[in-house]
Design a protein around this ligand. Structure first.
Ligand SMILES: Cc1cc2nc3c(=O)[nH]c(=O)nc-3n(C[C@H](O)[C@H](O)[C@H](O)COP(=O)(O)OP(=O)(O)OC[C@H]3O[C@@H](n4cnc5c(N)ncnc54)[C@H](O)[C@@H]3O)c2cc1C
Length: 385
C-alpha cells in the first residue's frame, strides 16, 4: 500500500557533494526542499579521497565558515606537495595554488550533510532511494524504493554515476571513450609514503589513467588505479587484479609495499568523464549535477569540485525557475549553458590533452623533463591542473 503523498518545491536526489552543495545554496531561497539519499550517513563512496581546492573554494563562496570547519575533520591530511612519476621513472614535484586536503569520503560527505542539517531548512530523508520518476505537466512524481510517493515541482538529480534520474529521463548507452573505471583500497606502512605528499604514477602500458597513493591521515593511504573504460574493455583489464600487480612490479614502487598492510578489500566504481562532447543535463522540470551530468576531469579524475560547482549552479537555476514560474526545457537550458561556460570548457581542454598523450609515453617523459627547466614548471603544471 502506498503512503500519503508528500509535496515539495524541489526534490534533490542524492546527498553527495553535488546534492549537499545544492541544498546549501538553496538554504535562504524560501523553497520547500527535500534532500533524499538511498544511504544512511555516514556512508562510504569509492574515491581517491582527494578533496580539490576548488571544492573548498565553492563552499567558501556559500559561507567561508562552511569551508573553514571542514579543515577540522578527522582523519585529514593537508596536502603540501605532489609527486608525478613519468613512465620512465622521472619525477616532477609540484605545489598546487589552492589549499586542499584528503579525507575519507565516509567522513567528508557526512560532514557536508551535517552542514545541511545545521544551516538549511531542507528536509533530509536518508534510507530513501528513488525508484522511478515521472514528469507531469505541473509537477514531478517520484516513487521511492519503499513505495512512498513524493511530488515536487522541480527535481535535481545528484544521484551519482549510476543516476536513476539520468537513466530514466535522458537514457544513453555507456560511452567508454568518456568513462573511466577506478579501484582503490586503504593501506598503512607503505615505505617512503609521507603525510602531506600525494603521488601519481604513470605507466607506459596504461597512459589513459594512473595509479595513486594519497595519504588520508592517521598513517592510512588511499591507493588506487583508474583507467579509461575503452582501454579496460579493449584489453580486458581486470583492475582489481592489475592494482596489486602494479604495486609489486612498477619500477618506481619496487619494494615499497613489502610489509604494507591492506585494510579492507579493493573496491571499484565508475567515473563519467566530462569534456569533449555535449551531454544534455536538463529538461522540463529537471536538472542533473555532478557525476549524474558526467562532470569528472578527464586528466586528474577529480569530480568533487565540479559536483559542488554544478550543484550551486543548479540551485541558482531552481530559484530562477520559481521566480519566473517557468519550468520548461527551454528556460532550464540556461543551466546547461552555465555549466558549459563555467565547468565544461576546462574539462574539454583536459579531455583533449588526455587523448593526445594517451599513446605517447615519450611525450609524458619529455613533459616531466621539460618541467625541470627553470621557468617552465608553471606552464606544464597549468596544462595538467
Ligand atoms: C575510484 C575513484 C576515485 C576518485 N577519486 C577522486 C578524488 O580523489 N577526488 C575527486 O574530487 N573526485 C574523485 N572521484 C570522483 C568523485 O568520487 C565524484 O566525482 C563525486 O563523488 C561526485 O559527487 P556526486 O555528488 O555527483 O555523486 P556521489 O558522490 O556519487 O553521490 C551520489 C549520492 O546519491 C545517492 N544515490 C544514488 N542513487 C540514488 C537513488 N536512486 N536514490 C537516492 N539516492 C541515491 C548515493 O547514495 C550518494 O550519496 C573518484 C571516483 C572514483 C570512482
Amino acid at each position: 500500500m502506498l503512503s500519503p503523498v508528500t509535496t515539495y518545491d524541489v526534490a534533490i536526489i542524492g546527498a553527495g557533494p553535488a546534492g549537499t552543495a545544492c541544498a546549501l545554496a538553496l538554504r535562504q531561497s524560501g523553497l520547500r526542499v527535500a534532500l533524499l539519499d538511498k544511504a544512511q550517513f555516514p556512508r562510504d563512496k569509492v574515491c581517491g579521497d582527494a578533496i580539490p581546492g576548488h571544492a573548498l573554494k565553492a563552499l567558501r563562496q556559500l559561507d567561508p565558515a562552511f569551508a573553514d570547519g571542514l579543515w577540522q575533520l578527522q582523519p585529514l591530511d593537508a596536502v603540501q606537495q605532489s609527486r608525478l612519476v613519468a613512465p620512465n621513472g622521472d619525477s616532477l614535484w609540484m605545489r598546487w595554488k589552492l589549499p586542499s586536503f584528503n579525507s575519507p569520503r565516509t567522513d567528508f560527505d557526512a560532514a557536508l550533510l551535517a552542514l545541511v542539517r545545521a544551516h538549511s531548512p531542507a528536509e533530509i530523508r536518508e534510507n530513501t532511494g528513488l525508484k522511478t520518476l515521472c514528469i507531469e505537466a505541473d509537477h514531478v512524481r517520484l516513487i521511492t524504493t519503499d513505495g512512498t510517493e513524493i511530488t515536487c515541482r522541480l527535481v535535481i538529480g545528484c544521484d551519482g554515476a549510476n543516476s536513476v534520474v539520468r537513466r530514466q529521463l535522458l537514457p544513453a548507452p555507456l560511452d567508454r571513450a568518456h568513462h573511466c573505471a577506478g579501484v582503490r583500497a586503504y593501506f598503512s606502512n607503505i615505505k617512503g609514503a609521507q603525510a602531506g605528499l600525494t603521488e601519481y604514477f604513470f605507466t607506459k602500458d596504461y597512459l589513459q589513467g594512473y595509479l595513486w597513493i594519497f595519504p588520508v591521515g592517521q598513517g592510512v593511504y588511499n591507493v588506487g588505479l583508474g583507467m579509461l573504460s575503452e582501454t579496460v574493455a579493449k584489453h580486458k583489464v581486470d583492475l582489481k587484479q592489475v592494482l596489486p600487480e602494479l604495486l609489486a612490479t612498477h619500477p618506481a614502487l619496487a619494494g615499497r609495499f613489502d610489509g604494507a598492510q591492506q585494510h579492507g578489500r579493493i573496491q571499484g566504481f565508475g567515473l563519467p568523464l566530462g569534456g569533449g562532447r555535449t551531454v544534455p543535463m536538463s529538461g522540463p522540470r529537471f536538472l542533473l549535477c555532478g557525476d549524474a551530468a558526467s562532470l569528472i576531469d578527464p586528466i586528474q579524475g577529480h569530480g568533487i569540485d565540479t559536483a559542488m560547482q554544478s550543484g550551486i549552479l543548479a540551485a541558482a537555476q531552481a530559484v530562477a525557475c520559481f521566480a519566473k514560474q517557468d519550468f520548461s526545457a527551454d528556460f532550464i537550458k540556461q543551466y546547461d549553458a552555465q555549466v558549459a561556460q563555467k565547468i565544461s570548457r576546462k574539462l574539454t581542454k583536459s579531455y583533449r590533452l588526455m587523448r593526445f598523450l594517451s599513446n605517447k609515453p615519450w611525450l609524458v617523459n619529455a613533459g616531466v623533463r621539460l618541467a625541470r627547466v627553470p621557468g617552465l614548471k608553471p606552464w606544464v603544471q597549468k596544462a595538467i591542473g
